[in-house]
Structures are given as C-alpha cells and as structure tokens.
Design a protein around this ligand. Structure first.
Ligand code: ZN
Length: 156
C-alpha cells in the first residue's frame, strides 16, 4: 500500500511538472518577484494580482525548472488563488515547515486551508533531500516576496 501511495504521489508531481497550471503572465498582475535556485537551475517569476481587499485574485508564474520546482509552483498557484494575503502567508510558512521539519516540529502560523495542505502533502518527501527542498520552496518564496513587496508601478 505504501508503494502504491508513493506512486500516486509521484504521478501528481509528474502531472503538474509536465502540465503546469497558470504558466502565464497575467496582464493585470500588480506584483511580481523572481526566484532562483542556482543549485538546480530553477528560475521563476511569480505574478500576483492583489486587490484592494488584499485578496489574491490571480496568481501565475513563468520560467523554467525541474519537475519538482515546476510542480510545486503549479500547485502553489492553485492553492493560493482566492486567498487573502494573510492566508497565503500562513500557507507559505506551513508549507515551508512541511518541506523542512518533522511533523512534531511544525509551528502554528495561523489558520491554514487544511484541504490545500492535504494536496501539498505530496511534496513533503523532499524533506529527505536538502537540494530538493530548495526546488520545492522556490516559487513559494517568490510568491511570499511578491506579496510582501511593494506593488509594481503600472507604468512598468
Ligand atoms: Zn530544481
């Protein structure tokens, strides 16, 4: 059963890696941040459209990366869309714990979308591979940087 589960998880990662969701540059994005992982060669730009109510109306990314980083970026866009900035930040920190810490070490980062975290569980296997941790968290770091950074000037 464990092997079957593992295979299923890999399928999800392979699927997102091959057919990434939201791989585009939205015209109306008002925030963006770049992320780079030189150890693997992953490079992404994450775009956000954050409205006046601080809700992430749209999230997308462009760039190139390995299967893990691409799958993680793709899944990130799916779970962050529609979240408030606060919820997205809590998801980022909780996901970061998932990729870097044992279960009992996880911190409380505020209320998180349990369903989203269940989806993201497939990536928790990277914990055993420090290089892969950077792949899996790259787009998330960029998303968080875009979220906390200044809104991009519309003239750009
Ligand atoms: Zn990578």
């Amino acid at each position: 059963m464990m092997d079957e589960l593992r295979e299923l998880y890999q399928e999800v990662i392979l699927d997102h890696g091959k057919n990434p969701r939201n791989l585009r540059h939205p015209d109306d994005a008002n925030r963006e941040a770049r992320g780079e992982n030189p150890m693997c060669g992953d490079k992404f730009t994450v775009y956000l459209k954050v409205n006046d109510q601080k809700v992430v109306e749209d999230v997308a990314f462009e760039g190139r990366g390995c299967a893990i980083s691409t799958a993680s970026a793709s899944m990130m866009t799916e779970v962050v869309k529609g979240k408030t900035a606060e919820e997205a930040t809590a998801l980022f920190h909780t996901f970061h714990d998932l990729c870097t810490k044992d279960d009992h070490e996880h911190c409380d980062h505020g209320p998180v979308d349990e369903e989203a975290m269940e989806k993201l569980m497939v990536l928790s296997g990277v914990r055993q591979f420090p290089v892969r941790v950077k792949c899996a968290t790259l787009a998330w770091h960029a998303m968080n940087a875009a979220l906390t950074g200044e809104a991009k000037a519309s003239s750009e």
